[in-house]
Write a protein that binds this ligand. Structure first.
Ligand code: GLP
Length: 238
């Protein structure tokens, strides 16, 4: 595991963006796994602003999506991905995949999503954030390490953490579709980004604590190719 600690969040964004750009330069038709959330945003912004990379051949798969929100909802991950990530980077819309959280048949949607990842040849570089409770994507504590893309119920802690993005706490959806931990672990390279003091304890538990389904992010200890980029606040307990 490679650990990069930066002084500031903006340097974290720069370091993560450099790694993504290197991947795409090496392989123009890379398959990128996208995390939403605030932690990777500086990386996406830096990529869009500063690093001249041709994303025309890139395919993307997002990690997760809320159940029940339309694509146009301000907090849907489909909208977040399009507006904050793939639009600014010039990734071809037809190559951008986000689970359809308002699909009629959610199980079928999840199976199709797994198939689409397989058809694309798997994920080359998977960007990850970490939840305060150790979740990866929306794999909450107790998720099986072998889990695949599926509908899940969100933990109350996660709903509270994400309430800041919604008009009212009760508007945070109760369910989501998420790539499974087994799905995520098949990516050839994992890039975990963690920023701010609130991520210090979860990051330490993920990297140095027991590998357990009670703390899903600990699974990355079993992956052969992981890069962790943390700002000094998030790295404080390492
Ligand atoms: C969200 C997302 C995760 C993300 C995590 C942390 O709920 N589903 O993919 O990594 O929570 O988010 P943030 O980076 O905003 O702290």
């Amino acid at each position: 595991m490679e650990l990069i600690i930066t002084d500031t969040t903006s340097q974290l964004g720069e370091a993560a963006a450099t790694l993504v750009a290197e991947q795409v330069h090496r392989q123009r038709n890379s398959v990128l796994g996208l995390a939403t959330g605030s932690s990777p945003l500086p990386a996406y912004e830096h990529l869009g602003r500063t690093i001249r990379t041709d994303f025309a051949g890139v395919t993307c798969f997002a990690l997760d999506e809320y159940v029940g929100l339309t694509a146009a909802h301000t907090q849907s991950y489909r909208r977040f991905v399009a507006e904050r990530i793939t639009g600014p980077l010039g990734i071809v819309p037809g190559r951008v995949h986000v689970p359809t959280g308002d699909a009629e048949d959610l199980d079928a949607e999840c199976a199709a999503y797994e198939q689409a990842i397989a058809d694309a040849g798997g994920v080359d570089l998977q960007i990850l954030g970490i939840g305060r409770n150790g979740h990866l994507a929306f794999n909450e504590p107790g998720s099986a390490f072998s889990s695949r893309t599926r509908p899940v119920r969100l933990a109350e802690d996660t709903r509270r953490a994400n309430a800041r993005f919604f008009d009212a706490p009760e508007h945070v959806p109760q369910y989501a579709l998420t790539q499974g931990l087994g799905t995520i672990m098949e990516a050839r390279h994992l890039l975990l980004v963690a920023a701010g003091p609130g991520k210090a304890a979860p990051l330490a538990a993920a990297l140095n604590g027991p590998v357990t389904e009670d703390f899903p992010a600990s699974i990355i200890q079993r992956h052969p190719n992981v890069t962790v980029i943390a700002d000094s606040a998030a790295a404080a307990l390492l």
